[in-house]
Design a protein around this ligand. Structure first.
Ligand code: ADP
Ligand code: ZN
Length: 616
């Protein structure tokens, strides 16, 4: 393996020429250098961190073939399309190819026409494939999504175990492993399973500065979700994660019924339907995907503008991975968890029903995710802490708790009223009531239920008249959060006092709660503008939206002609820059980050014409 010593200037020039980027993202340059130096590499970068460039740039700069092992055909196809469009010769071999096409690619490989080859791990053990590789002059093996090799990860692929034997067959060829998800245990496992030799280890920050994190504690309704979606620009695509197939279907139907293009995606659908729907999402043909976590790894779509969690994420790690699918292009994106207390209680019950051996782990995961949801602190800080990283600022300025801090207030008197009302309503009859009924009693409402149970005779009837229902609702949520009131999901979420609640009532303890969150406004984007602390660096607010729409339509047209996803032509970030800078010449166009030589040559004229037409 020829060891290359390259100058910074040379690297920058290649980056600019082939990818059109003026600078490296954090860790990219160091990784590229280690790959070029022929070292084994283990690199852990967050989703959207720009892993592919770390091996694609070295592939261009060295002789020989870079063999990339990738778990999914869809991912390979995306990568090859993207490389093709950038003018970098690449191909993939997989089981979906018809013989003539396969033959064509194999011939190309024999003729040394490609810099990169993508393959599934299964192929590695096909008879004769190693001999083929010998002839093709392999410069390095790259293992993408390397966590798939570990049983400790959440995407274990037994086929990945077929990679290690290559080491013996190709003792002189370096191995590079890339992943976005690895705990320390998975990291060690990857290194040992692949037999990496004194690897250069790179662990980039897991901070995704362009993602806004919010946990929305307001009452969760499908209508609320629809309003939230309607308030967003209708050219924004996103994913809604539901906890079950039924919920995914239900949400997709509701959204479609409200005129929002949406589809469901889950493991209950047949493979053909799944891939058709995934394709529709990737190609910007459908706006919203309502999905279970079955939807994820194959999604390289860079312009996912929001990720909503409708149910409780399985774990904080899962939450981070799922939200991580938003904003890969580096532009601002929203991650909102529509939180409902009842869900937590339900999951708590599931955790208790698990077999003895798994119970403790399930409880611990739930505790973490619960702490995150209930926290008053900076969410980014907490997420990063979970991955063992210390966020260097006290506040990120880009999560709900930083954007709209909630003050603590002494709510002892109101809390006493509420606790006492819960106590009386349930004690009187031995039957149970939900929180909505308790609040009806407090505000002195007249309902059938109140009549039927003579609840207007309770001493707490109407004692909370002076406050609105939503104030009581927030207080109830807070008392649930503080563990003073319990909800029983097995019995229609009926409420009762916990031991702590009873004690607080008897002892008249002081109770401090958080003020209600400012109603998440429709114009949440406004929060971004006021952001002070670290920003993603993408100033996206000042671009011509009409021009952007025109450019987007042109991008879609070109993508359809070439049969590739739109973001392969240009990312949203590139189109926004065009709509902001309004370039008039090829040189001005070329100055935009993300437009390399090949794309300028292929698409420049059409985009300049569209911009000129719009300007007149
Ligand atoms: P990952 O595989 O780590 O999730 P990708 O390789 O798909 O990330 O890159 C994510 C996005 O970032 C892509 O749209 C890519 O073009 C872009 N990107 C990568 N490197 C850079 C860079 N140095 N400057 C600007 N954008 C970059
Ligand atoms: Zn924050």
């Amino acid at each position: 393996m020829a060891v290359m010593a390259v100058q910074t200037a040379e690297l920058r020039e290649a980056l600019e020429r082939w990818f059109g980027f003026p600078t490296f993202r954090p860790s990219q340059e160091e990784i590229v250098r280690d790959v070029l130096a022929g070292r084994d590499v283990f690199a852990l970068l967050p989703t959207g961190g720009g892993k592919s460039l770390c091996y694609q740039l070295p592939a261009i700069l060295t002789s020989g073939l870079t063999v990339v092992i990738s778990p999914l055909i869809a991912l390979m196809k995306d990568q090859v399309d993207a490389l093709d469009t950038a003018g970098i010769p690449a191909t993939a071999l997989n089981s979906s190819l018809a013989y003539p096409e396969l033959r064509r690619r194999l011939d190309g490989l024999e003729r040394d026409e490609y810099k990169l080859l993508y393959v599934a791990p299964e192929r590695l053990t096909l008879p004769g494939f190693s001999d083929d590789l010998e002839r093709w002059n392999v410069a390095r093996f790259v293992v993408d999504e390397a966590h798939c090799i570990s049983e400790w990860g959440h995407d274990f692929r037994p086929e990945y175990r077929r990679i290690a034997p290559l080491r013996e067959r190709f003792p002189g060829v370096p191995f590079c492993a890339f992943t976005a998800t690895a705990t320390a245990r998975v990291r060690d496992d990857v290194v040992s399973q692949l037999g990496l030799r004194a690897p250069a280890v790179h662990v980039a920050s897991f901070d995704r500065a362009n993602l806004t994190y919010r946990v929305q504690h307001a009452t969760r309704t499908v209508d609320g979700l629809i309003r939230w979606l309607r308030a967003r620009p209708d050219d924004e695509a996103g994913i809604i994660y539901a906890g079950s197939r039924a919920n995914a279907d239900k949400l997709a139907d509701a959204l479609a019924g409200a005129g929002i293009p949406a589809l469901a995606y889950h493991a209950g659908l047949d493979a053909a339907t799944r891939s058709k729907r995934q394709e529709a999402f990737i190609r910007d043909d459908v706006r919203v995907m309502c999905a279970t976590i079955a939807f994820g790894m194959g999604i390289d779509k860079s312009n996912v503008r929001f990720v909503v969690h409708w149910d409780v994420p399985r774990s904080l790690e899962g939450y981070y991975q799922e939200t991580g699918r938003a904003g890969r292009d580096g532009l601002p994106a929203e991650c909102v968890w529509f939180f409902a207390y009842g869900d937590i209680a339900r999951i708590e019950r599931f955790a208790e029903e698990k077999p003895e051996g798994e119970r403790a782990a399930a409880r611990a995961q739930l505790e973490r995710i619960k702490r995150f949801a209930y926290s008053n602190g900076c969410r980014r800080r907490e997420l990063l802490a979970y991955f063992g990283e210390t966020y260097p600022h006290a506040q990120c300025g880009n999560c709900d708790n930083c954007l709209q801090p909630r003050a603590s207030i002494d709510a002892t008197t109101d809390a006493q009223k509420l606790l006492s009302c819960v106590y009386r309503a349930s004690a009187q009859t031995g039957s149970g009531f939900g929180i909505a009924h308790v609040i009806d009693v407090l505000v002195g409402a007249k309902t059938d239920k109140i009549d039927r149970w003579y609840h207007d005779r309770l001493s707490t009837y109407g004692i909370g008249r002076e406050r609105s229902r939503s104030v009581w609702r927030n207080l109830a949520d807070e008392l649930i959060r503080l563990g003073l009131i319990a909800q029983d999901p097995a019995r229609h979420n009926i409420v009762s006092l916990t031991d702590a609640g009873r004690r607080a009532l008897v002892e008249r303890s002081a109770i401090v709660v958080r003020e209600p969150a400012a109603q998440p406004s429709v114009t949440q984007a406004a929060g971004r503008r006021g952001r002070s602390v670290p920003s993603s660096g993408a100033d996206d607010e000042t671009y011509d939206r009409d021009l952007f729409a025109v450019l987007r339509a042109l991008r879609r047209e070109i993508a359809a002609e070439r049969d590739v996803p739109p973001y392969v032509v240009f990312s949203d970030a590139v189109l926004r820059s065009m709509a902001r800078d309004v370039p008039r010449s090829p040189a001005e166009l070329r100055a935009i980050s993300g437009i390399g030589e090949k794309k300028l040559a292929d698409f420049g004229a059409r985009f300049l014409a569209a911009i000129a037409a719009q300007r007149d």
